[in-house]
Design a protein around this ligand. Structure first.
Ligand code: PEP
Ligand code: MN
Length: 335
């Protein structure tokens, strides 16, 4: 951290501030110019609250040198994190495909889709049992019944399952059935839920909030990791912009940027990013081309009858086409 003092601040005031900062655990290196004095803070700055320093009348500016996400960041953890989910490895160049319906609707629906996506090479089955819907009148999910169906689908197909947790009260029950718990865009800054997920060891799929900066998203990962759970998978699912033709705007720049900043695996959700099935394959290809660690795709055998997100769900044959094309791009990437 670098603190730039206002021009001509007296020596006494600078000394007083330096002592205060040192008492918080860091060492202070002073550079005195003709008008300006600059304080370089090194060592442990974790107990320093930047906004308290900025509130000081004699401080002109504060510059952060290090990222605030110490655990999620690459600085102290240069090698890529690989997360093991029932023997399947997520991260570090492995292309993981998660696929399935938006919501678990019935045993027949889930098993039909699970078999179809498995046949095409998907590794992990997705399906929401607790659905965060914009309208309270929309289908809210089968809840525990849906979780039981996911368990059954895992037993039959051998695919691990990822499913969303939407509140603290149902965390334990969701975790009991899930191989990966999903924290959705709407809950990305639900700090109590993040802390709860951090106390568990179950891998967490952390979606980017719809108007979250990459730093806020990585800080949300930091909440989970600082409670002791290192198994975080990030998911870019589009952010809200002025554009209305698509449901959200897929921020593909997040993939290489997050890879520079963090060692955590990052996947892309082109279904929620666009809201349109016709855009899911092109953007999956683009995501793989920029080096994503995986995709999460909504698939439904009867999208016109789906109780949620039918318009963005791929029919199994379209999903098969997508799998073929992304595999080709992944092969080129590995050359
Ligand atoms: C979902 O994956 O079902 C979902 C609700 O996604 P998001 O949180 O990205 O909107
Ligand atoms: Mn959905």
């Amino acid at each position: 951290m670098v603190v730039v003092m206002k021009p001509r601040t007296s020596v006494e005031i600078i000394e007083k501030l330096s002592k205060k900062l040192e008492s918080l655990g860091c060492s202070v290196h002073k550079t005195q110019g003709h008008d300006y004095c600059i304080l370089g803070l090194v060592g442990d700055t974790s107990r320093i609250d930047p906004s308290q320093i900025e509130a000081n009348d004699y401080v002109d500016r504060l510059l952060r040198v290090q990222h605030p996400f110490k655990l999620a960041g690459r600085t102290f953890h240069p090698e890529n994190t690989v997360i093991d989910v029932l023997g399947h490895k997520i991260g570090d160049g492995n292309l993981t495909v998660m696929a399935g319906p938006c919501a678990v609707e019935s045993e027949e629906q889930l098993l039909t889709i699970a078999h179809a996506v498995k046949e095409q090479g998907a590794h992990i089955l997705r399906g929401g049992a607790f659905k965060p819907r914009t309208s309270p009148y929309s289908f809210q999910g089968l809840e525990e019944e849906g979780l039981k169906l996911l368990k059954k689908a895992r037993e039959i197909t051998g695919m691990p399952v990822v499913t969303e947790v939407i509140c603290l009260e149902t965390f334990d029950i969701v975790e009991a059935y899930a191989d990966i718990v999903q924290i959705g865009a709407r809950n990305m800054q639900n700090f109590a839920l993040l802390k709860k997920a951090g106390k568990s060891k179950t891998p967490v799929l952390l979606k980017r909030g719809m108007s979250a900066t990459m730093e806020e998203w990585l800080m949300a990962a930091e909440y989970i990791m600082s409670e002791g759970n290192p198994n975080v998978i990030l998911c870019e699912r589009g952010i809200r912009t002025f554009e209305k033709y698509t449901r959200n705007t897929l921020d593909l720049s997040a993939v290489p940027m997050v890879k520079e900043l963090s060692h955590l695996p990052i996947i892309v959700d082109p279904s929620h990013a666009t809201g349109k099935w016709s855009m899911v394959e092109p953007l999956s290809k683009a995501a793989v081309a920029v080096g994503v660690d995986g995709l999460i795709i909504e698939v439904h055998h009867q999208p016109e009858l789906a109780v949620s997100d039918g318009a963005q769900s791929l029919k199994p044959e379209k999903f098969a086409h997508l799998m073929d094309s992304v595999k080709k791009i992944a092969q080129i990437n590995s050359i």
